[in-house]
Ligand binder design. Structure first.
Ligand code: ADP
Length: 548
């Protein structure tokens, strides 16, 4: 019979052990220990007080109100646990187990709904882990019966010891989980995933971020090489394979940049780095980091585009500069031609006629005329042969950039600039550089037109607006204006009223605007000055380069 009892008891204890060791949270563990201890001992109330960190509970106040404890489990659940100072001293300072059979003066558990009456028995023992008292297990029973027998105390303290070890595991587990969370978040923020690839089995394991970057489902673990390979951009795979093979054969550090294609078609740019070592199985493994550099790539591309645009804009030179260089290039041969012709006339006027010298002069004239013709051909091809590049852009930004470019001229000319842009941020599909050339030319004309105006009255007003599928930009000045009779003539090729003018600017501007399916016109700007407006369609029908 006694043997039966003992077997039954052992069963109970083993079960209690199992229940306790299954718990992976402080709360769960505290509750499990309390319930097992209550059920084994037959006590009616109890509490567990735990310290979250490794601080010594003994150092804390002798009584532990609920808010001082990191974790508290009690039964009944709402009871307040106040460990009397004498018990605290005994249990926490001296790490002693205290048993008070039916003689305790007061309960340590205050349950307002059910105040204790009569005598009670108490069992209080420390939860010890590696010499630290990490908590207290307190049990209480009503009446006189000696329920906390030496055997009961012994089994309960075994449960408590087992629980103390589990508490420590939970603490480590939580610490590990926290560290892991930091790592996961850090990898997420940096767009970086870590991986380990077995070069023999070709299977790899990776962090969560690695799965995101490669668009692989988390339940694919380990990842077969074929799955990884299916994500690599087909154009980039051969180079990656070659680099990998080389790195494996020399066991040298590996770095490779390639594109990854997600199942939804999204493309990422990634950089993988790694180094080789022997894995736990003795196989050669590549351990490393894969970084999503798509954003960096996009930024680099945008920068390169901006640089190209700038190079194009400055390389093509503004129309004003172009005019300047044409004048210079043509002026020289023209002056030379006049001089040679005059010399020729002089040789012919001699008596006898100096035919040989005259011939030389004519030959020089021909050479210089050819040079001038070459310049004209060059300019023509420059104007015509410009590559047109249609793309969507913000017209306000483009015009603002032109103002920025003209800043020095504007300041030098003492011009006041006013802008009134349509803030709906209208986007237009056009050749940005060419549209900027138009705006630049109109701005320069406006500045020149105001040269004779007195200080403070030179106002350049730029505005934009959208109407009927067209976006218009107006550039108005307070200069001399253009008489109604000349309003169409100004757009004619070679029409100019300026001493050094070429009369090309407005005709080219109109041509560019027309090629974009738009219009360029001029009207009076209030009482004085001219207002040039160009309107472009918001969207372009795609045109072939020949049709431009
Ligand atoms: P250029 O500037 O070389 O003369 P354009 O084709 O740009 O060639 O301009 C042609 C002519 O139109 C100018 O010479 C000038 O008489 C007139 N013009 C252009 N813009 C303005 C303006 N904002 N105000 C008054 N006249 C202008």
């Amino acid at each position: 019979m006694r043997l039966d009892n003992e077997t039954h008891e052992l069963d109970l204890v083993a079960k209690a052990f199992q229940i306790i060791s299954r718990e992976i949270s402080y709360q769960g563990l505290a509750k499990a220990l309390l319930m097992e201890a209550l059920s084994y001992s037959g006590a009616s109330r109890g509490a567990i007080l735990l310290s979250g960190q490794r601080e010594l509970l003994a150092k804390a106040d002798a009584s532990f109100p609920r808010e001082r404890a990191n974790f508290l489990a009690s039964f009944p659940p709402h009871a307040e646990f106040r460990l009397p100072s004498d018990l605290a001293e005994e249990v926490l300072d001296r790490k002693q187990t205290v048993v008070r059979q039916a003689g305790a003066e007061s309960s340590a558990l205050i349950d307002p709904a059910n105040p204790p009456s009569g005598k009670i028995a108490q069992l209080c023992l420390p939860l010890i882990h590696q010499h630290w008292a990490i908590g207290v297990l307190y049990l209480e029973a009503d009446g006189d019966a000696e329920i906390f027998t030496p055997r009961c105390v012994w089994v309960t303290s075994m449960l408590a010891n087992q629980a103390a070890v589990s508490f420590e595991s939970v603490r480590l587990f939580e610490a590990l989980r926290e560290t892991n969370m930091w790592m996961v978040r850090g990898q997420q923020i940096g767009g970086m995933g870590s991986y380990r690839w077995n070069t023999r089995t070709l299977l790899s394991r990776g962090s969560r971020e690695c799965y995101r970057i490669l668009d692989i489902d988390l339940d694919v673990n380990p990842v077969p090489f074929e799955v990884f390979r299916s994500r690599v951009h087909p154009e980039d795979y051969p180079a990656l394979e070659q680099d990998l093979t080389e790195a494996i054969s020399t066991k040298s550090p590996f770095t490779h940049e390639y594109r990854v294609i997600h199942r939804d078609g999204k493309t990422l740019h990634v950089v993988a780095v790694g180094q080789f070592d022997e894995g736990p199985t003795g196989d050669l493994e590549l351990e490393g980091i894969i970084t999503d550099v798509s954003q960096r790539k996009a930024a680099e591309q945008a920068l390169a585009d901006a640089r190209n645009e700038l190079a194009r804009a400055t390389g093509l030179t503004s129309l004003g500069e172009l005019a300047g260089s044409i004048i210079h290039e043509i002026d020289q041969p023209l002056t030379g031609m006049i001089m040679s012709a005059e010399a020729c006339l002089r040789w012919l006027a001699r008596d006898p006629v100096q035919a040989a010298e005259a011939r030389k002069s004519v030959a020089r004239i021909i050479r210089q005329a050819r040079r001038a013709a070459e310049v004209v051909t060059g300019v023509r091809s420059l104007v015509r042969g410009t590559q047109v590049h249609f793309a969507e852009f913000d017209i306000n930004d483009a015009v603002a950039e032109v103002l920025l470019l003209s800043n020095r001229e504007i300041e030098r000319a003492g011009v006041i600039v006013r802008t009134d842009f349509d803030r709906s941020s209208p986007r237009v599909e056009a050749d940005r550089v060419q549209v900027q050339q138009v705006a630049l030319n109109l701005v320069r004309n406006a500045i020149e037109a105001m040269a004779g105006v007195e200080d403070g009255n030179r106002i350049l007003a730029l505005s934009s607006g959208v109407a009927d599928g067209m976006i218009s930009v107006a550039i108005a000045d307070t200069g001399g204006g253009i008489s109604p009779a000349d309003r169409e003539r100004v757009f004619e090729t070679l029409y100019t009223t300026k001493g050094a003018g070429l009369g090309l600017g407005l005709s080219i501007c109109r041509k560019i605007v027309k090629l974009h399916g738009g219009q360029l016109w001029v009207e009076e700007n209030g009482r004085c000055g001219a207002k040039f407006t160009f309107a472009l369609p918001l969207r372009q029908a795609v045109q072939t380069s020949e049709s431009r």
